[in-house]
Design a protein around this ligand. Sequence first.
Ligand SMILES: Nc1ncnc2c1ncn2[C@@H]1O[C@H](COP(=O)(O)OP(=O)(O)O)[C@@H](O)[C@H]1O
Ligand code: SF4
Ligand SMILES: [Mg+2]
Length: 368
Amino acid sequence: MTAAFSPGGAPAGPMLQVRDLHVQIATGRGTVRAVDGVSFEVPRGEALGLVGESGSGKSMTLRSILGVLPPTASVTSGQIILDGRDLVPLKQTDLNRIRGPKIAMIFQEPMSALNPVMRVGAQIAEGPMLHQGLSRAKAAERALDLMRRVGIPHPERRMRSYPHEFSGGMRQRVMIAIALACEPEVILCDEPTTALDVTIQDQILRLLARLCRESGVSLVFVTHDLPVVAQICQQVAVMYGGRLAEYGPVRDVLHDPRHPYTLGLVRSAPDFDNVREALIPIPGAPPSLITPPDGCRFHPRCKFAEEDCQVVEPPMKPLPGGRATACLHYERTIESLEAERAGQLDPVDLQVAAEQPDEAAPAAGSAP
Ligand SMILES: Nc1ncnc2c1ncn2[C@@H]1O[C@H](COP(=O)(O)OP(=O)(O)O)[C@@H](O)[C@H]1O
Ligand code: SF4
Ligand SMILES: [Mg+2]
């Protein structure tokens, strides 16, 4: 990719590039290929949604970007380029200097990320003192301001509270304030609003979207919730079995999928079509990442699978409009969407898992 520069002089290239990332986890049952060749990029001031069923490798992808993988896991190959610099070869001491000021993460469960015996004001102020050399008084002012910005009422008083004195929603806001405290350029969000009620979720999403828009922060947003992705992300990467299934602009991917798995996700989520009334789950279970199926990992669950799908690993095929799909027969998804929209196909029909070819057509006269 050629380097581009904005008129203001700031580099205009992507803030974050993940290239062919592989993460493996050693277990007693074998090696889990948790992330197996994932690539995406996030421009400055934009949000990328990372979606897929549980176990598809979303959290491991985020954790490798931040350099906080479990001790049994490691990045075995690939690059994680933050603002032009590859983070993969860096030592923990170098990563410590980047975490906070350049990149921060908001976890799903704030209680596990907060220090239970430290007042929240001090926890928010800690990063700016450590990384930016702010005095205690200046850092406390910053913490107060951040608590106001994330919508914590009575911040002067609440600064002196401990995490257990906050509700779940308020703790999540504290964690967001900690993530923002050193003014990072990239924020990684791992299902940050899943546990929150709808009103608070909406406020937090608006805050994150405003940060992208007004402060040029880049977000990677992991969620199960496709309407949330549509609300705040410009691009979406769909993960299946440790790999990317589909990638592209949110509106195009969610409204006009080019991969049967994305179509399945959309059909199993509310608000994404006006054809069917009920949510239609994807049949079958996600693949083992210790012994994944050969060929396309989705083939045991795919209505459109053909013989080649069992042996050929589908590469990411670039499509017009900045999209890409890892499906050998993506035209079948387009055809079935068109048939469905023309009223010729019941959407439930799309969700019936393909029978395995050796069971699909028993030879005439074969023994029962
Ligand atoms: N600490 C761990 N030890 C062993 N396997 C793990 C560990 N954490 C996650 N995995 C496995 O790695 C794969 C990817 O997990 P994860 O990234 O957490 O998925 P997601 O966030 O999409 O739900 C899954 O197969 C999961 O079972
Ligand atoms: S058609 Fe084949 S390649 Fe495409 S998703 Fe289905 S099994 Fe995979
Ligand atoms: Mg996860």
